[in-house]
Design a protein around this ligand. Structure first.
Ligand code: ADP
Ligand code: MG
Length: 332
């Protein structure tokens, strides 16, 4: 491996499809040893960026080095040094878990003896020992994901690049995968991952980049990003009753009030003097004939950061996406 502090280094990296610029000349540096999260709404350009970094797509212009190798001029070296967990599962459904790993090892021209040592270790790590010789088509979504991650680790890459590794999985399964990601990272492997889940990014990632419309809008640690949007407290109010009357004056309840979300019966706004504002909200609700169901306040979360930089809530994005997937499956 070439010596470098930055394990990913992209400069002016661009990708156009016809006249459409999917990735607009981004600069990106990922440090060796970090867990780096790549966030953004659907269509932001995350997968296109990942595909360039993993040599699956060639850039329109700009350069990128991964593990010190150029993604265009040293394609083979890049591939040898990275592990990829793609957005779509690419396992062979007819083969067993063990056979999938053997098949992949052969693709990498791995030594039989080395494979013989690593495969049982990886099956253990993926908690698939008891199912090692069952066909993958009988596995749950979580089992397939764990096997896909184990597979990416087989040739001991310096970095694992994952595109939405936990999409569509339930919370328990996601937590198991988070543990695996941490385990790999503790073993010295850099992790670069896209995710739709902000809680996941907040918990796991050392640093995060937020991408939208092909550009990187913000980059930093979760704490830095939260501070970057100001230290105002976020107040969330859920209520039943006459909306219009209640919402009309809400921005007059505190200094520097800014409404960030308004869903009719739920409103979120940031505020300089939250305690005072909450007292006023109670009076205001009585006055407007509104019943308060929930009033809460919190420091800015990554959700607030995301809305700030993209103008959209990722929850809505995710829900849309899941629904589209559900209908696509239902139609088959
Ligand atoms: P993300 O992974 O952030 O959801 P993508 O990188 O998949 O976004 O896509 C970014 C944009 O580029 C989208 O508008 C998408 O429709 C477009 N795009 C991606 N791949 C192609 C392609 N092969 N041809 C044309 N447009 C594409
Ligand atoms: Mg994608």
């Amino acid at each position: 491996m070439a010596e470098t502090e930055n394990i990913i280094e992209a400069k002016g990296l661009c990708k156009s499809f016809g006249s459409f610029q999917a990735v607009k000349c981004i600069d990106l540096e990922v440090k060796k040893g970090e867990i780096f999260g790549f966030l953004g709404p659907n269509g932001a350009g995350k997968s296109t960026t990942i595909n360039m970094l993993t040599t699956m797509l060639s850039p329109t212009s700009g350069t990128a080095k991964v593990v010190g190798y150029d993604v265009v001029k040293e394609e083979a070296e890049v591939r040898e040094n990275i592990g990829i967990v793609p957005q779509e599962i690419l396992l062979e459904a007819q083969l067993s878990a063990r056979q999938n790993l053997e098949f992949y090892g052969k693709l990498y021209h791995m030594d039989r003896k080395v494979m013989g040592e690593r495969i049982p270790e990886l099956l253990k790590m993926a908690e698939l020992e008891s199912r090692a010789d069952d066909q993958v088509k009988t596995f749950s979504g979580g089992m397939k994901r764990r096997l896909e991650i184990a597979k990416a680790f087989l040739h001991r890459p310096a970095i694992i690049i994952m595109d939405e590794p936990t999409i569509g999985l339930d919370i328990q399964t996601r937590m198991v995968i988070w543990d695996k990601i941490r385990e790999l990272n503790r073993a010295g492997i850099t992790i670069f991952m896209t995710t739709h889940y902000l809680d996941e990014a907040d918990l796991l990632c050392d640093r995060i980049a937020i991408m939208d419309h092909g550009e990187i809008k913000a980059i930093g640690t979760p704490e830095e990003l939260k501070h970057s949007i100001g230290k105002d407290t976020v107040i969330e109010v859920e209520f039943t009753g006459p909306q219009e009357k209640f919402l009309k004056e809400i921005d007059k309840l505190c200094e520097k009030a800014t409404v960030t979300e308004n869903h009719g019966h739920m409103v979120k706004f940031t505020c300089k003097d939250p305690v005072n504002a909450i007292k006023k909200i109670i009076d205001h609700a009585t006055h407007a004939g509104v019943k308060l169901d929930k009033v809460s306040m919190h420091e800015p979360s990554l959700d607030d950061v995301f809305v700030h930089y993209t103008g959209r809530a990722i929850r809505e994005q995710g829900a849309e996406n899941m629904q589209a997937k559900f209908f696509a499956v239902a139609r088959r």
